[in-house]
Structure formats: structure tokens, C-alpha cells
Design a protein around this ligand. Structure first.
Ligand code: SAM
Length: 272
């Protein structure tokens, strides 16, 4: 791992955190009793919440491979989460072995677990920072060392917007970072959607009960997260229907999706 080696994280295991609850939903081991209780609250409202998390993870991999296939060789993954089956650097480096990745998460447990995964990897690093302070991310020495902001970057904000209330202004934090990325950069996002279905509302209820956040939004509102940048085909869609760069693929009809498959949407936009 490139840097941050002197940072000694401490965590409060008595309260659930987003990263650890998500890890529990994915079937990971990097979580504690309070997190498993948080995950149980999700499963109570949405029995397939674990499948939602896995499908979200698959969308992340699809998006990374799409961007790497378009020539993106440096990625800034904000709200990276705990390491799991296939991570951004592995997906990116499967397309381009020289791809560089900076993971950013505000939960120090992500750094603690990432250290061992990335001990021998010189192209990937993890930074503990908060999207709420986007300038701190841009100014972070590890970010500056690893990424060249004169060349296109794949900015990833996957499974994160739902954890901010609209009043908080997450779009403006992302805009500040996207403004620092040159033409040809991409923005990959997934978010909880509200198309009026009860299970979507149940997901929101589960999040509010478990973590105190996890809001759902209309597709129109999610499109605003892309800051006016044009979405790449197929645009914003449910994860099970979202296959960027695969126009010939057979796509299931919305009504054929299971209700749990209509909780999250993904999109990727390119900065002209
Ligand atoms: N992006 C991964 C994925 O989609 O598989 C993980 C998503 S997980 C639901 C959200 C992650 O965002 C967690 O690891 C959490 O710690 C992190 N996070 C939450 N608030 C954050 C913030 N303000 N700044 C940076 N990361 C944050």
C-alpha cells in the first residue's frame, strides 16, 4: 500500500456503521454484533437485501470494466466499502494491469482491512477521508501522488448518495471533485430509487431504523447526481437491466424483475 501507514484507526463496535452493515449483508466477516443487528433490520423489511447488496457490487464491477474498456486507467472510488470478492482495483486491472485506484472511505475500518489486501500493490491505495470535505480528498497527498488530474479519471460514488439527505447537498461535493477531473472523465453512481413501489419504501424504512439514513429518490432526482453530464447508454436503469457497453445483450423487462431488483439504479456519465 502506498501511504497512510502511520494512521492507527480506532472504531466503536457498539454502533452499526454503513461499511460494516453492508459487509454483513454481503456475507463478509468484517463486522460486529451491532452491525449484524443492523443487517437483520434490513432483512426484516427486505428479505432480499443481501441480494440487493450483491447486485450493487456487480454493478460496480460492470461500471469499472466499462470505464477501463474506454481507456480509463485511474479511478477515484469514494465510499469504497470494505474489501470483498471483486474490488475496483481487481476489476480495473483485469482490463488494464497498469490501472491505478485510490479508495476513499470515511470509516477507518476500511483502511485497516485494506492494508493487508493491498500490502504488495503499488498501484492502489486507501485514504480515510470524507466526501463532505471534497477539497480534502483532492488535496490529500496520496490522492495527488497516485492520480494525474490532467488525464481522465473514473470517479465512482457507488452506493453512497442514499446515505445523505437531499438537504446535505451531496451533488455539490461530487461536483467539486468532478470539476477537478478533465474532459473524458467518467462518473459512476448507484442509488436507491423511488418509483412508488412498497419494497423501495421498505428499504428506506430499514435504513432509517438500522443506520439513521438510506433515503430513496425518484429517477429524475438521481439523474441530477450526474451534474448535467450526458449519461452513457443505456442511461439510468435498474441494476439488472444496466449493461453499459453491451447493446446486443437481452435485457429483462422491468415487470419481469423481482421487486427487490427494482430498488437500485445505476448510471455512468462522461464529461464531454
Ligand atoms: N461503494 C461500495 C459498493 O457500492 O459496493 C460500498 C458501498 S457502502 C453501501 C457505502 C460506503 O460509503 C461505506 O463503506 C461507508 O463507510 C462509506 N461512506 C459513508 N459516508 C461517507 C462519507 N461521508 N465519505 C466517505 N465515505 C462514506
Amino acid at each position: 500500500m502506498a501511504a497512510n501507514a502511520n494512521f492507527e484507526p480506532t472504531f466503536d463496535i457498539s454502533k452499526p456503521t454503513i461499511a460494516r452493515v453492508y459487509d454483513a449483508l454481503l456475507g463478509g466477516k468484517d463486522n460486529f454484533a451491532a452491525d449484524r443487528e443492523g443487517a437483520d433490520a434490513y432483512l426484516k423489511y427486505v428479505p432480499n437485501a443481501g441480494d440487493c447488496a450483491k447486485e450493487n457490487r456487480q454493478a460496480l464491477v460492470k461500471g469499472v470494466k466499462y470505464m477501463a474498456g474506454k481507456g480509463i486507467d485511474q479511478f477515484l472510488d469514494i465510499g469504497a466499502g470494505l474489501p470483498t470478492m471483486e474490488n475496483t482495483h481487481q476489476a480495473a486491472q483485469s482490463i488494464n494491469p497498469d490501472a491505478k485506484v485510490v479508495y476513499v472511505d470515511n470509516d477507518p475500518i476500511v483502511l485497516a482491512h485494506g492494508r493487508s489486501l493491498l500490502a504488495t500493490d503499488k498501484s492502489t491505495t486507501i485514504v480515510t477521508a470524507d466526501l463532505r470535505n471534497p477539497q480534502d480528498i483532492l488535496d490529500h497527498p496520496d490522492v495527488k501522488d497516485m492520480l494525474d488530474f490532467t488525464r481522465p479519471i473514473g470517479l465512482m460514488v457507488v452506493g453512497l448518495h442514499m446515505h445523505f439527505h437531499d438537504d446535505e447537498g451531496a451533488d455539490e461535493w461530487v461536483r467539486l471533485i468532478m470539476d477537478a477531473c478533465p474532459s473524458g472523465s467518467y462518473l459512476l453512481i448507484t442509488d436507491f430509487v423511488d418509483t412508488g413501489e412498497p419494497l423501495q419504501k421498505a428499504m428506506e424504512q430499514a435504513g432509517l431504523e438500522s443506520l439513521g439514513n438510506g433515503w430513496i429518490r425518484t429517477p429524475e432526482r438521481i439523474e441530477e447526481h450526474f451534474l448535467g453530464l450526458p449519461l452513457e447508454p443505456p442511461g439510468l436503469d435498474f441494476l439488472a437491466r444496466w449493461f453499459p457497453g453491451e447493446p446486443d445483450r437481452e435485457i429483462p423487462a422491468v415487470e419481469d424483475l423481482e421487486p427487490w431488483q427494482r430498488i437500485l439504479m445505476a448510471g455512468v456519465a462522461r464529461k464531454p
